[in-house]
Design a protein around this ligand. Structure first.
Ligand code: NAD
Length: 246
């Protein structure tokens, strides 16, 4: 544990949140319940009801009114993430982003920013999925004669990207084995992933079900506390989890 947020000697984390949707609002609630200060939520469009939280139409407006945060947490869309990375790099603000669906050019923009700020990018902040990544790496090395690997990603109908960022990360953990990914978008499902290894005469399945978005939100807040004070560079959820939670 690098820094204890509930320890009265630890300085209070000052967070700003880019994105005021399902995840942004969840992050604001989790951060507040941990006693951290949320300066405000920034998004292109006013989200409607935000309770006691302050909304800003842009990062410049946040800066002018509330000053710079210790860490910015981003859950927007890829273009928003790139804008956030550039804004953070110019101001030396560490960035945690959970936004998925970035293309190669957008990933390169994040790599550039990570030369001057600590930047943690994770397609999934849940402890369960990050354990699954480790289990898949082990299964890949343990299982002989894998004939086929099927990965199923099921999410709510509002999700913009397919396959999910999590599905891509799970497939990457299985490299160089080939993985067939199927993505389904149904109702309000928060996120279900399953991986099945087909072997001669047997099969092995590993699956994860997210039942509450709060696990992602809390993970992002913990990752932000862990990231503060780190040297510039690109960090993953695995770095944060293996390096010790805040
Ligand atoms: P959402 O649609 O509910 O909210 C998106 C918010 O971003 C909105 O407030 C919108 O106005 C704002 N936004 C979009 N583009 C913007 C821009 N260019 N500049 C400023 N604001 C912008 O979406 P959500 O469910 O909160 O998900 C957001 C992202 O987080 C998605 O990419 C999703 O896949 C990802 N996600 C990641 C995790 C994880 O654990 N890493 C978990 C859930 C969702």
């Amino acid at each position: 544990m690098d820094e204890a947020p509930n320890d009265s000697t630890a300085p209070m984390l000052k967070l700003a949140i880019h994105g005021a949707g399902r995840m942004g609002q969840g992050v604001a609630t989790e951060a507040t319940s941990r006693g951290w200060r949320v300066q405000g939520l920034v998004s292109r469009h006013h989200p409607g009801e935000l309770g006691a939280f302050t909304w800003y139409p842009g990062l410049e407006a946040l800066e002018a009114s509330a000053g710079l945060p210790d860490v910015l947490i981003d859950f927007t869309l890829p273009a928003g993430t790139v804008a956030a990375a550039r804004w953070c790099a110019l101001r030396q603000v560490p960035l945690v982003t959970g936004t998925t669906g970035l293309d190669q050019t957008q990933q390169a923009a994040l790599r550039n920013a990570a030369q001057v700020i600590p930047l943690l990018q994770a397609p999934n902040f849940s402890p369960g999925i990050n354990a699954l990544i480790t289990l898949l790496e082990q299964a890949r090395d343990l299982l002989p004669n894998v004939q086929r690997i099927d990965l199923l990603d099921v999410h709510h109908v509002h999700k913009k990207d397919a396959p999910s960022g999590t599905a891509l990360a799970l497939a990457q953990a299985l490299g160089p084995l080939e993985v067939g990914i199927e993505s389904r978008r149904e109702g309000e499902i928060i996120g279900d992933h399953s991986v099945t290894f087909e072997l001669p005469g047997e099969s092995l399945s590993l699956s994860h079900h997210a039942g509450d978005r709060r696990v992602f939100a809390l993970g992002a807040v913990e990752a932000a506390a862990w990231l503060r004070g780190r040297p510039p560079g690109r960090y993953t959820a695995q770095d944060w989890i293996r390096g010790g939670k805040a």
